[in-house]
Design a protein around this ligand. Structure first.
Ligand code: ASP
Length: 324
């Protein structure tokens, strides 16, 4: 079956994919479909992992990462640790199209955005802050008393006594737990009628992250990659995808003639190479419009639509049991 266009996205992308699909059906570009879909996801106040009401960092400030990549030209743009802008995906696209660079971070990225006319605004409301305080107070995680004490100490002592706190508690253990429970990202991959692929990623990153922490989402090769034959993107514990160069390896293996299925699955199996706990979900699509999704956590799903489908369909991602 030949597909004229296709689009897929992570579990939170259903608010954006119908728009992306419409853009593709009308002959729009994969880049436009990706950007417009992600803008709608960034706008969703109930999604605590992306854009508006994204989960704040340890000090209660929302810092966003986003990236976009064009398969045909391999042009790419990303921003990281950016505050107070609602649509980091659009800023990332401007980095790709207008700047001489590929990645801008923090204050520099914010200056760039302002200069291009993006408007600063409050990007968290009461609902978002309530979620943050719930975690701060240990109410929304099944955490032992020690972890609750740790998070409060981290918050209070971060600026002056971080070293003491890190020596006293197993901070890494606590963040591993967080990365199972409180995190998320959106990935959207599109194939247009011209046969071009594009991938976009947007996130507020790991909940309670250290200020300035950058995950895999804006790092080309780690949380996102796109060539003319395939695109891949990740969600989950970003540190894992960075250490394993996950997205690039998925595309690379496909380019070396492994199937999309095998290439994507191997991205999860790579976790066996490092002795680190965490979750990783990978979404991929090739230039025929076929999509695959693999994960090391059971029960994960994604959405997919193509030129033969009326509405995006919810699909189960394939679970890889790493104990086998
Ligand atoms: N990958 C994202 C990050 O590490 C978070 C997530 O997808 O859950 O920033």
């Amino acid at each position: 079956m030949t597909l004229d266009y296709a689009i897929c996205g992570t579990r939170n992308a259903n608010v954006g994919l119908p728009t992306g699909s419409k853009i593709l059906s009308e002959g729009g570009s994969a880049l436009d479909a990706v950007e417009e879909s992600i803008k709608l996801i960034e706008n969703n106040p109930y999604d605590i992992t992306v854009g508006f009401n994204g989960f704040p960092n340890l000090q209660g400030i929302v810092e966003l990462d986003a990236s976009i990549m064009d398969g045909k030209t391999r042009q790419a743009g990303s921003i990281a640790a950016v505050r107070n802008f609602r649509h980091p995906i659009s800023i990332a696209r401007k980095v790709m199209e207008l700047s001489p660079h590929v990645m801008l971070v923090g204050e520099g990225a914010e200056k760039f955005a302002r200069a291009l006319g993006f408007v600063e605004e409050e990007i968290i409301d009461e609902l978002g802050m309530r979620n943050y305080y719930k975690v701060m107070e240990g109410k929304s995680l099944e955490m032992p008393q020690e972890a609750q004490t740790l998070v409060r100490e981290l918050f209070m002592k971060f600026d002056d006594h971080l070293k003491d706190v890190m020596e006293k508690y197993s901070v890494r253990e606590w963040y591993r737990k967080l990365s199972f429970d409180k995190h998320g990202t959106t990935n959207v991959i599109a194939l247009d009628r011209e046969g071009n692929l594009a991938v976009g990623v947007s996130t507020s990153g790991l909940a309670m992250k250290f200020p300035g922490r950058v995950g895999d989402s804006p790092i080309f090769g780690a949380g996102i990659y796109c060539s003319e034959v395939a695109g891949a993107a990740c969600t989950g514990t970003g540190e894992l995808a960075i250490r394993l160069s996950t997205a690039r390896l998925v595309v690379d293996r496909y380019e070396r003639n492994l199937s999309l299925e095998e290439s994507t699955k191997m991205g999860i199996s790579d976790l066996k190479k490092i002795n680190e706990k965490g979750v990783l979900h990978i979404l991929s699509m090739d230039n025929r419009g076929f999509c695959r999704a693999f994960t090391n956590k059971d029960g994960i799903f994604h959405f997919y639509a193509n030129s033969h489908m009326k509405n995006p369909e919810k699909r189960q991602s394939n679970f890889v049991d790493l104990t086998k």
